[in-house]
Design a protein around this ligand. Structure first.
Ligand code: GLU
Ligand code: ZN
Length: 508
């Protein structure tokens, strides 16, 4: 059992969090961060917290929050505390925690560890240009540090626009031991006095994270390496507020095959897109874990239970994981083959419905109607169809194009499709007629075994299997590639098989 409720918040149990910003759909990189956090929490019998970081009011959208929660749940990454579940440190949405941050900001101002900055955009640009001209990296110069705090709060009260900056010590080294990247140093001079809040009620990301991680008793911050430059800022804020520092572990970036940061211009990055295309959550999970973790064994397939058992932060690689979509598709094929046929069929049916091949017969009879022919078919029959392709299916959404011929009244194809190698039309027509003859006798005993026997016998009479099996298969499917003629004929049934063979024979 993966998701047994844990003895929550035992003091020595780790608490980790996923802190997505709802500014877009669940990204594959965020799903990976979620998975690493989840595994770490489950393995150490700790808690996995979901915190929605929606302080950017303009870019945060409810629909993205919904997408993120739904798709994390679909992946099976269940969290113990979160906006939908509540928990001991609710609320779990930053927009609902605004009043919690205010005392901390006030404290920093009062203790003169932070100050109001009144610089305009133009002022800041001028400062940057000056720095560039003397070859210094751009950062805030500390221009407003000197302003008397009394005077500053008067100016703010009068409505003068301002932001709040942290007084960053100059030329000190912030050092932390990252559980993945090792000892990591930053010189504070590179940071400048960065902005921590727009005003008392609008903390920015770095400040809100520090306060929330503290209030939510987060012990380990496991997140993407794109956040590593935020870490020294967060450490400085924590120090200024006298708060304990969590452990940090920064996961290597996910890279496109060209080794640049994975981008949605080059790859599909939304988990919902993979879900809609018919990827299985197990396959995505298995794929994602190997983007950055490797236990040293030459092994590609892991179940979630096995991962909980074997995962360690020490085995997370330092270099970025390359996103190889072919590998993902291969893994998906593997998990499709592992699925039971009834489950796989249930996954395929929505795609057949969407393609207008099937409609569900109402009243819960578990029957379906083939749209073109009006035939009513059972779930069992659909299982037979899907069963023909379980071995080769890579992505569930491919199923309609593979099995279309079961749902069409008439197949459209060129007569040339029926021709095997260098045979001529007459030879093929003759072969088809022999097949028809052999199969007509079976009408009452339409079993795979008998079909096999009849076709092989006809082929042996002709002296060449391809000459008969190719056109039979092509006539039944209208396709260059498909399942075997025996299987197709069996599932199609005697009547349709013979109709299609006769039509093909007439075409020649
Ligand atoms: N909200 C941040 C993001 O979505 C993550 C913050 C963190 O993990 O510290 O990128
Ligand atoms: Zn200023």
């Amino acid at each position: 059992m993966i998701d047994q409720k844990l003895e929550l918040s035992a003091p020595d149990r780790p608490r980790v969090r996923l802190a997505p910003s709802p500014t877009g759909p669940l990204h594959i990189g965020t799903a990976r961060t979620a998975l690493f956090n989840y595994l770490f929490a489950r393995q150490n019998r700790g808690s996995f917290v979901l915190r929605v970081e929606d302080t950017d009011r303009q870019r945060s959208k409810k629909k993205w929050e919904k997408d993120i929660l739904e798709n994390l749940a679909w992946l099976g990454l269940n969290w113990d505390e979160g906006p939908d579940k509540g928990g001991p440190f609710a609320p779990y949405r930053q927009s609902q925690r605004i009043e919690l941050y205010r005392p901390y900001i006030e404290r920093l101002l009062k203790e003169e560890k932070a100050y109001y900055c009144f610089c305009t955009k133009e002022d800041l640009t001028a400062q940057k240009e000056y720095q560039a001209s003397i070859g210094e990296p751009p950062r805030y110069t500390g221009h407003c540090r000197q302003i008397d705090p009394e005077e500053a709060s008067q100016r703010v009260k009068k409505g003068e626009p301002a932001v709040i900056r942290l007084k960053t010590p100059t030329d000190q080294i912030v050092s932390f031991k990252d559980q993945i990247c090792g000892k990591t140093d930053f010189n504070t001079s590179e940071l400048g006095d960065f902005i921590i809040a727009k005003n008392l009620d609008e903390p920015l990301y770095n400040l809100a994270v520090v306060i929330d991680d503290f209030l939510m008793k987060i012990s380990h911050v496991i997140r993407g390496a794109d956040h590593i430059s935020n870490t020294p800022k967060q450490i400085l804020i924590a120090k200024a507020l006298d708060l304990p520092q969590p452990e940090y572990a920064h996961l290597p970036l996910v890279l496109s095959p060209n080794r640049r940061k994975l981008s949605k211009r080059e790859e599909v990055v939304a988990v919902s897109d993979y879900r809609n295309q018919g990827y299985l959550p197990q396959a995505l999970m298995n794929f994602i874990i190997l983007l950055g973790w490797n236990e040293g064994a030459d092994r590609e397939i892991y179940s979630l239970e096995e991962l909980i058992d074997r995962f360690t932060l020490e085995k997370v690689q330092r270099s970025g994981g390359i996103f190889d979509s072919k590998r993902l598709t291969w893994m998906n094929g593997y998990y499709i083959r592992q699925e039971s046929l009834p489950v796989l069929t249930r996954m395929c049916i929505p795609y057949l419905i969407k393609n207008n091949y099937l409609v569900e017969v109402p009243n819960g009879s578990k029957k379906y109607q083939i749209k073109e022919t009006k035939e009513i078919v059972s779930l069992g029959y659909l299982e037979k169809i899907i069963g023909l392709y379980q071995e080769r299916l890579k992505v569930v959404s491919e199923i309609p194009e593979l099995v279309d011929y079961f749902f069409k009244k008439e197949l459209k194809y060129q007569p040339e499709l029926l021709i095997w190698k260098d045979k001529d039309k007459k030879e093929i027509k003759n072969a088809l007629n022999r097949a028809i003859k052999g199969l007509s006798n079976l009408k009452r005993d339409w079993s795979l075994e008998k079909i096999n026997e009849a076709l092989i016998q006809a082929a042996d009479e002709i002296g060449d299997r391809g000459t008969i099996l190719w056109p039979v298969r092509a006539a039944l499917t209208g396709k260059e590639n498909s399942a075997s003629p025996f299987d197709v004929a069996y599932v199609l049934g005697a009547q349709k098989t013979l109709e299609r063979l006769e039509k093909a024979s007439k075409l020649l």
